[in-house]
Each structure stands twice: as structure tokens, then as C-alpha cells.
Ligand binder design. Structure first.
Ligand code: GLC
Ligand code: MG
Length: 548
């Protein structure tokens, strides 16, 4: 049932520091989110995922937690949180927290204790190992670059594991106490009315062995075969589901790093409600800014066919904005933005939307090294500096893998501060270049805006069982055109997408009378060809039947 709620309504992700700033310190906060609940509700949002709001030194923007039981003061207080949950509930909006338990912050008292007192029980909360002959314990690398081992200060030859930044030591999931701590955290937040959790890099929590990694795939850290999608990880998730989530009717959403479609499906058997993989975000685009339509199509089809309840997303706080990535900037980008939103609303699984996507926000025109806040970009700039890579190329690469472009302040209006912060105040990260033209106020006034279209597309999905719950099957079409059928209890919908910026022929449809339910371009007399990025959803009757 809970999975049904996700499938029907989808999930909207908020990046709290950049959503809405109520007190003018330039950083978004809980009261800011509270003030926008009516806006979210008017969009049709019923499930809200908040990126981390816990106490954190923010070296990885909150994905480094120093206290799982308290709200980061920049976001507000526990009272603000309680008000948010209560007010959200009134609007039938449920709150989903981010749960980061592959690692903690190095500031967390557990880790501090582990460093101070090697004999304390907290040593075993983390993964400390000795290196032999001045070498690190093994050859594993961190997803953020460099070795995954950091030498302990004052303890020569002893290292701790961090699959992300060195400020993010990995927890030891072989230790039953760690499991019990996490269980306590889940219950604590569910007692506060939280609906569930988006589990950060959950595919990596269990390390089966500490042997050297042999596989070297450029898209994966060295050692991956020892810690990605291990049996131990599945057991932990099954247990959490059984002991906490199921009895309390909550949801678990997993971020699955380094996992393919077949492995992903295994996480849906009594573990997660839905999940996201990474193939969709970087398929064959290592240095290319834009993903080619045919590659986009191939990955989409594969995950739709092999994953029963995929989390479909095109944007989040780690990715570049989707317009510019899946759709070419320029003349047709507004049609493109609408096409991508239609796609999310038409696919099987759970649609995920990221703040600002409903406005078609795009990456910054320019973002200098000094303007960046992202740990990944900073790391890469430093690294490439060491190798004397010329500045232009260095910034290009660091920005391509850096994650600042989706993390800018949300523009709500055209006035000074863009309704994100108070007039005259400086936002923590600069405003998007398009904030004046693409903000909520402008979008609300314009019936042809992406925002107005988003409302239509989402409400169509939510009111339609076929789009929410139907099976999917793909029909033959051009390699840059997507044509699929959704079927549910004898009813059918056909969805058609031109993923390219070129005109295309309309592929042949299954037989039956068609009614156009949604189109992202103005109705045209002749519908015999597809405009760039055109998308349509039809209701289609069974031949010889009258059922709609
Ligand atoms: C996830 C988060 C990302 C974070 C990383 C480490 O991928 O989405 O923002 O840096 O995990 O916690
Ligand atoms: Mg603030």
C-alpha cells in the first residue's frame, strides 16, 4: 500500500539550504519550507523528501552527520520540525528524511571517542585497520577520489576507512550495536511523525572482506566488488524493514550506488519500496555535457523492463540540471523541459522531482572555483592543480563532476532576493542566471509555462490508475523516439516522446480509438510528425470495446 502512495503521487525533493530562507541569513530553513507548503500542495505534492537537516559540520552539506537526534541550528529547531510535520499532515503531505548511515561525520562523538580512546567500544563502530610496511590496509579508493584509508593522527600505521570524504568515516555494519543504534534513530524520527527514509548510498554499507579490489571500472571505486550490494547489506535491509518500517507503515527508499538493473531488483524483495540507480545520470557521457537521446532511451528501457518499482529521476542535488543534460539548451528547451516532466509522470515506478525542476532551472552560466561549495569540486580542483592541468581544463573537469549546479537558491519571485531570502540579503550560494525569467511568480501567471504544465502532467498521473500502477511495454520506434503502452485492468494509455531536437515521424500505434490526454506543444492541425521534444499521452480503447 505504501508503495502505491509513492507510485501515485511521486516524491518532491527539497534541498533545505537552498529552498527558502525565512530569517535572512542567506540559508534556507525549516520555517522557509513551512511558508511554502501551500505552494507545494498546489503542485500536487504529497511526499516530501528533505535532504539532511541534522547537526553537521556541513563539509559534505549535511551528508556528514554529527548528531542524528538534533536539527542543525541553521535550519531551525526541533519545534520548527514538529510544526512542519503537523502542517504538512494537514495538507496530506508526508515527510521523508534522509538517512545517512554508511558513514557519520568525523565530528560525531562516536568517532571522536574512537580516536581518543582506542580501547573504547566505539572503535568497533568504525573500521580501523593496520597497514603493513608503511602501506595502507588495501588498495580501495574513495568515491570522492584518492585512497579510501586515512591514517589516524598520532597512531602511525593505523588507518580508518572512508568510502567518501576523509571527514566521513564508514560505520562498521558487522557490529550489532551499530545496527541497534540505527534502529533507534529510525524509531526516534518515526515517533516524530516521519513517513520514512531515503537511505543514502545504502548499497555500500556492508563490507564483506577487505581484500584488494581487482576490477577497475572508471565509473566505480576500486574495491567495489567487496562492498557493493553484498549479501550482508540485503540482510540488514530485510531486518530493518521487518523490525521498524513494516509495523509502522513507513517507506524505505534506497540510493544504490554502483548497482545495475538486475542487482537493483533484488533490493525490492522485502527490503526497499523503491530505489534509484546511477546509470541514467552518466550513461556514456564521461566528458560529454549532454547524454545522447539514443543512450538515454536504452538505459530508460532497460531499467523500466527489469526493475518493478524504479525511482525515476532526472535531477537531484548531486546532478546537473536536466535541461542541458538530457535536452539541448536553446530554441526548444522549454518543450524539452516539459517533455522530461511528462516522461517522469508517464513511466512505471515512482516519479521523483527536484526543487526548481518545475521551473526548468538550468546550470549556472559560470561558476568559479571560489564560488563553489562542493567537496567534490574542491577535491578535483586541488588534484588537477597538482598535475599542472591548465586552469580552463581543470575547471571544466572539476565542474563537470562537481555538484554545485543543482544546489542554487530557488527563485520564488522577481524581487530583490527572488523570494528565496529577504531583500538586500546575500544567499549562501549565488542565484541562478535565469532567476528573473524562471521563477514561481512568473510561472504562475503564464499558462504556457513549465510550471503550469507540470501541474497538469502531475495531476493526470495522480488521477489515473493506469499511469500510476499499470504495466509497461515498449513498442518499436525510431532509436530517438520512445513509444510505450501502459496497461491496467483492461485500460490502456499510449505515451510518445521525441527525445531529440529534430523532427521525427510518428511511429505506428496499436489499433484502437485514441483520445489525446496531454501534449507539451500547442494542439496542431496536423499530427503526422513529431516536433523536437514533443510528447503526448493518449487514452486508447481496445479495438471493438467501449471501455475508456
Ligand atoms: C550520496 C549523496 C551525496 C553525498 C554522498 C555521500 O550520494 O546524495 O550528496 O555526498 O552520498 O554521503
Ligand atoms: Mg535562514
Amino acid at each position: 500500500m505504501e508503495q502505491d502512495r509513492l507510485r501515485r503521487y511521486g516524491v518532491y525533493q527539497i534541498y533545505p539550504i537552498s529552498f527558502c530562507d525565512s530569517d535572512g541569513d542567506g540559508k534556507g530553513d525549516l520555517k522557509g519550507i513551512l511558508s511554502k507548503l501551500d505552494y507545494l500542495s498546489s503542485l500536487g505534492i504529497h511526499n516530501l523528501w528533505l535532504s539532511p537537516i541534522y547537526v553537521s559540520p556541513m563539509r559534505d552539506m549535511g551528508y556528514d552527520i554529527a548528531d542524528y537526534y538534533a536539527i542543525n541550528p541553521i535550519f531551525g529547531t526541533m519545534e520548527d520540525f514538529a510544526t512542519l510535520v503537523k502542517e504538512a499532515e494537514k495538507r496530506d503531505i508526508k515527510i521523508i528524511m534522509d538517512l545517512v548511515v554508511n558513514h557519520t561525520s568525523s565530528d560525531h562523538p562516536w568517532f571522536q571517542e574512537a580516536l581518543k580512546a582506542p580501547d573504547s567500544k566505539y572503535r568497533d563502530y568504525y573500521i580501523f585497520r593496520k597497514g603493513e610496511n608503511g602501506k595502507r590496509p588495501n588498495n580501495w579508493t574513495s568515491s570522492f577520489g584518492g585512497s579510501a584509508w586515512e591514517e589516524v593522527e598520532g597512531e602511525k600505521g593505523t588507518y580508518y576507512l572512508h568510502l567518501y570524504g576523509k571527514e566521513q568515516p564508514d560505520l562498521n555494519w558487522h557490529n550489532e550495536e551499530v545496527y541497534q543504534e540505527v534502529k533507534k534513530i529510525l524509531n526516534f524520527w518515526m515517533d516524530k511523525g516521519v513517513y520514512g527514509f531515503r537511505c543514502d548510498v545504502i548499497s555500500e554499507i556492508y563490507k564483506t572482506s577487505f581484500e584488494d579490489g581487482k576490477k577497475r571500472k572508471i565509473s566505480e571505486p576500486v574495491g567495489a566488488e567487496h562492498f557493493i550490494a553484498q549479501k550482508g547489506c540485503h540482510q540488514i535491509l530485510k531486518r530493518l524493514r521487518k523490525e521498524v518500517i513494516q509495523p509502522r507503515h513507513g517507506v524505505l527508499i534506497g540510493e544504490l550506488y554502483g548497482v545495475d538493473d538486475k542487482q537493483a531488483q533484488e533490493f525490492l524483495d522485502g527490503e526497499l519500496d523503491t530505489l534509484f540507480g546511477f546509470e541514467i545520470t552518466h550513461t556514456k557521457s564521461l566528458l560529454r555535457q549532454r547524454i545522447r537521446p539514443k543512450d538515454f532511451k536504452n538505459v530508460l528501457v532497460k531499467w523500466q523492463e527489469n526493475v518493478s518499482c524504479n525511482g525515476n529521476y532526472l535531477e537531484n542535488h548531486d546532478q546537473h540540471r536536466s535541461v542541458g543534460k538530457y535536452v539541448k539548451r536553446g530554441r526548444d528547451e522549454i518543450a524539452g523541459a516539459k517533455m522530461l516532466l511528462t516522461l517522469l509522470c508517464a513511466l512505471k515506478g515512482v516519479p521523483f522531482f527536484y526543487q526548481g525542476q518545475e521551473l526548468a532551472l538550468v546550470d549556472y552560466n559560470h561558476l568559479s572555483e571560489e564560488e563553489s561549495h562542493d567537496i567534490v569540486r574542491k577535491f578535483l580542483e586541488e588534484l588537477l592543480k597538482k598535475y599542472a592541468v591548465p586552469p580552463f581544463l581543470r575547471h571544466f573537469i572539476a565542474r563537470k563532476f562537481g555538484r554545485d549546479d543543482a544546489r542554487g537558491p530557488m527563485p520564488f519571485s522577481s524581487i530583490d532576493g527572488f523570494g528565496f531570502t529577504l531583500p538586500g540579503r546575500k544567499p549562501w550560494q549565488k542565484f541562478y542566471d535565469v532567476s528573473k525569467e524562471r521563477n514561481v511568480e512568473r510561472g504562475e501567471k503564464d499558462p504556457s509555462s513549465v510550471l503550469s504544465y507540470f501541474r497538469k502532467a502531475l495531476s493526470l498521473r495522480q488521477s489515473d490508475d493506469v499511469l500510476s500502477f499499470g504495466e509497461i511495454s515498449f513498442l518499436p520506434s525510431d532509436r530517438e523516439v520512445l513509444l510505450f503502452l501502459r496497461t491496467y485492468q483492461g485500460k490502456r494509455r499510449v505515451a510518445l516522446f521525441n527525445l531529440s531536437d529534430k523532427r521525427k515521424e510518428v511511429p505506428s500505434f496499436p489499433e484502437g480509438k485514441k483520445d489525446l490526454l496531454l501534449s507539451n506543444v500547442y494542439p496542431r492541425k496536423k499530427e503526422d510528425s513529431l516536433l523536437p521534444y514533443e510528447s503526448r499521452i493518449y487514452r486508447i480503447d481496445e479495438p471493438f470495446s467501449k471501455n475508456g
